[in-house]
Design a protein around this ligand. Structure first.
Ligand code: PSU
Ligand code: MN
Length: 309
């Protein structure tokens, strides 16, 4: 069993029933974004959560301890040497006392669940990789979405994944996918993947109501928020870059968990760095909406069901 340590602020917020939004640390490490964009992302996401009226809770492994909520003096650790920690790696990172483990979506959902936080914000989730029928590479994020009762707010998944299969997988494992004021599943840097979301929502209250009405108490909800219009990138150019980067991966024998950081680096170069402001804008926007949803869930039993006096 994992019993994460809470920061003082997060501990008080949870005890008082205040709105809390969990954040992963991989996106803020150099595995997710190059310096100094990673530090800017952390600052903007935590500020967006606070502006919405909620408390941000960054998850990480620090000195072998699972943590939810970091103190200001600890956030620098995120920017140093990071090892990626998916949900299954939590046990290893704790048992071996890793100095710093950067949590992915799956690890963050596990930690949020363990402490009763029901909203989580990120940039993009992992998904079914292209060619998964050969490699079997399906992100642990999808299984975690199905097994932790947390609302995940994301800008969809990266276009270098197989987005159609990703949506199929989420259907199979019973995760409701909600388009935030949008009919299409977004593709991270672009507002549409060309695939429809099964359902559309207009308000945070609707998301809270969906969370409260699930038949499986341990299943999460995915809210897909398109990148703000002004920050979106050109889809055609991006497709060509992705193709090239994936071929490079295959040629260089880059597989598994190393694919995402590699492809992200290639996209940054090929878009002359324009992928970075796009990434920051969508992560900040997601954090703000997650804050709104956390507020809407406040006043319920924390899992969306109304509390009647
Ligand atoms: N998508 C991004 N940036 C990221 C990630 C995904 O745009 O940094 C990270 C997240 O932490 C996500 C993880 O949970 O990659 C998925 O990795 P994998 O495909 O190895 O499961
Ligand atoms: Mn993988």
């Amino acid at each position: 069993m994992i019993t994460p340590r809470l920061s003082e602020e997060v501990s008080v917020a949870i005890a008082e029933g205040r709105a809390v939004v969990a954040l992963e640390s991989t996106i803020f490490s150099t595995l997710g974004l190059p310096a100094p964009a990673n530090a800017e992302a952390l600052e903007r996401c935590t500020t967006a959560v606070r502006t919405a009226g909620a408390v941000p809770a960054v998850t990480a492994i620090i000195n072998g301890e699972a943590r939810v909520g970091l103190d200001d003096h600890e956030t620098d650790l995120i920017f140093g040497e990071a090892r990626k920690v998916a949900e299954r790696d939590l046990a290893v990172a704790i048992a071996q006392g890793w100095a710093f483990g950067a949590t992915t979506v799956s690890a963050s959902l596990a930690l949020a669940h363990a402490v009763g936080i029901s909203v989580f914000a990120t940039g993009g989730i992992g998904g079914v990789h292209r060619g998964a029928e050969i490699t079997g590479d399906i992100s642990a994020d999808l299984d975690a979405l199905a097994h932790h009762p947390v609302v995940t707010v994301c800008a969809g998944a990266k276009a270098f994944l197989d987005l159609a299969r990703t949506l199929e997988y989420l259907e199979t494992v019973g995760v409701p996918v909600l388009g935030w004021r949008h009919d299409d599943f977004p593709a991270f840097y672009t507002r549409s993947s060309g695939l429809s979301v099964p359902h559309r929502v207009e308000t945070a209250a609707e998301v809270a109501a969906v969370l409260g009405a699930r038949s499986r108490p341990d299943t999460g909800v995915l809210v897909a928020v398109p990148i703000p219009e002004a920050a979106a990138l050109d889809a055609t150019h991006l497709d060509a870059v992705l193709e090239g980067a994936l071929q490079e991966c295959a040629a260089a024998g880059i597989t598994g968990a190393a694919i995402t950081p590699f492809v992200l680096g290639r996209i940054a170069v090929a878009t002359d760095g324009r992928s970075l402001p796009a990434n920051l804008a969508l992560a900040e926007h997601n954090a703000a909406i997650a804050g709104e949803i956390a507020l809407a869930i406040q006043g319920t039993d924390n899992y969306g069901s109304p509390i009647f006096p």
